[in-house]
Design a protein around this ligand. Sequence first.
Ligand code: SAM
Length: 265
Amino acid sequence: MAGVPDWVPSQIDWNQPSVARIYDYALGGAHNFETDRRAQDAALEVFPHLNDAARANRAFLHRALRFCLDRGVRQFLDLGSGIPTVGNVHEVAQDIAPESRVVYVDHDPVAVTHARSMLADDPNTAFLHEDIRAPHRILEHPDALRLLDFDQPIAVLMVGMLHYVNDASDPQHLLRDYRARMAPGSYFIASHLTSDLPEMRAAAPFFDDSRNPMTLRGRSEVEALLGDFDLVEPGVVFTVEWRPEVPPGEHPERSACYAAVGRCR
Ligand code: SAM
């Protein structure tokens, strides 16, 4: 199509908002369409801190990664990795430990196209175009088996992701499938949008027409989901409260997302 940027894959649905592109827009990126911007702008009307929440989520991801790297983890499985933006997992990890290996997974076509072109020259990374609700396809994928040694500690990430797994998809069972392949000393890094905040409950329906409607959950539900892991301090808290490098401010709840890191025994 004339005038279509070269990062736009051919199988795009121009009319359906995509959470990957909405999140890109929230973070100030350029890989999004009018339909995505309209959904996010409408949600911002009821919850003006939503873009700050996206940035806080990203900052949590970086702190949690460094936490795992400091404990010797050198391999990462990033589930629902999104459209590449500043500070991707392999960039943070390889900056600290150049030998780090990263497998990214997402089902969004823009994320796939953009990430594959970005990672083409890095033999220590791979991008799988898969649905994270099919753990066996991911865990048995030749690229995952090539890059990840499941006999050694690994960090599995579901950051800004778990609220896209609805109850019908049985998130508890899904986590158990991934958990079963994680060696002792592995970490699970998660963040999850809250149902405990009225503004977030008001904003969520604006994304109902997207490919990934949200299932918000409360703190105790998120704790229960992560019950098979030993949660490292401070447990399940808002993203800005998880081992912050700067004071979290007076309204940590405005970061709208619970964060936690769990360890496998
Ligand atoms: N993890 C990144 C971060 O925190 O910066 C990106 C988070 S973004 C909000 C959520 C991503 O999850 C989107 O890119 C979306 O396409 C992806 N996603 C949602 N459901 C998915 C599924 N079932 N399988 C694969 N990817 C999924």
